[in-house]
Design a protein around this ligand. Sequence first.
Ligand SMILES: Cc1cc2nc3c(=O)[nH]c(=O)nc-3n(C[C@H](O)[C@H](O)[C@H](O)COP(=O)(O)OP(=O)(O)OC[C@H]3O[C@@H](n4cnc5c(N)ncnc54)[C@H](O)[C@@H]3O)c2cc1C
Length: 320
Amino acid sequence: MSTTQQTWVPATMAATPRRQIEALAAELQSAIRGTVRAYEPMHRHTTFRIGGPAEVFVQPSDCDDLVEVADFARGKGVPCMVVGNGSNLLVGDRGIRGVVVRLAPRFNRIEWLEDGAVAEAGSLLSTLVKEASAAGLSGLESTVGIPGTLGGALATNAGTDTGSVGDLVRGAVVLGRDGELRDWSAEQFAYRYRYSTVSKEKAVVVSARLRLQPAAKEEIAAKVARLRHKRSSRQPLRARCAGSVFKNPRGVAAGKILDRAGAKGMRVGQAQISRKHANFLVNRGRATAAEMRELIERAHALALRRYGIELELEIEMVGE
Ligand SMILES: Cc1cc2nc3c(=O)[nH]c(=O)nc-3n(C[C@H](O)[C@H](O)[C@H](O)COP(=O)(O)OP(=O)(O)OC[C@H]3O[C@@H](n4cnc5c(N)ncnc54)[C@H](O)[C@@H]3O)c2cc1C
């Protein structure tokens, strides 16, 4: 299977002793104002509702805290990753080693301007769409129904056939792997279909400046309602899922390929390919990451066998 989006690590190394992780979490807690928890179950923080524990789970309270956490992890030689709303992630059953940073629900300040907004990365897209509508600012409608944070959307260039978040970026404040906060221009993100350099460089978006157009509130509301209806008629939005599992190959929808190949309804344990949309894999209740991964591999093999098409992952597999 294509490994472009895959950071899944096989569980070969011995686990770090529990006491060591708890000591690490306590030391970090004494250095920041935000919250630190050891062995936080990641199924609580993913829309799949799947995932083992993050060894050290941090919710920094502000930017100083975030810089402190990054410095701490670097100083200890511990891996560190950021998550948004976990709506594009499949976390392994044995969890994630090192430090996992979640910006939401903090980092949620939004300042509305005449022609755009400055928003922190933990802001939910749903809040941005709602408030932009009320402020008479158009541009974010294409993200309606995407259950992510602004940071996650900027990292994945989330969007639909009507537009992507990357199209709206004027610039952003980004924390680099070296611990430095920098202003990025829109060009530095090098946006293309479901790709940005921020993700490749494992940098953290702290806030972003978005370009929006003043428009009549009724027009924006009508567009939002139309796109919401289109989405709910085609996608299993109430299910435990992570949106489209595979990227669309050029010129064709991955869902169509899988549908024609007869993938709808295929199951591995509690993991199932949605009967409503063949590119949505759903957790029917207590699916494990191993079951979901096995189902993904079967769907991938089916598309390859039937049509010679190598589907590439859109979701990201993280942890072990
Ligand atoms: C029902 C449903 C419908 C969906 N529909 C769509 C759709 O139409 N289009 C689409 O593109 N996606 C869709 N998705 C997928 C997902 O919602 C998007 O990819 C979303 O933008 C992910 O945001 P998140 O905050 O949940 O990020 P996460 O899933 O938590 O993380 C995704 C990636 O972003 C990184 N990241 C998170 N925050 C930051 C940050 N502050 N700085 C840097 N990197 C960060 C993470 O490290 C990870 O690599 C859908 C998902 C669901 C469940």
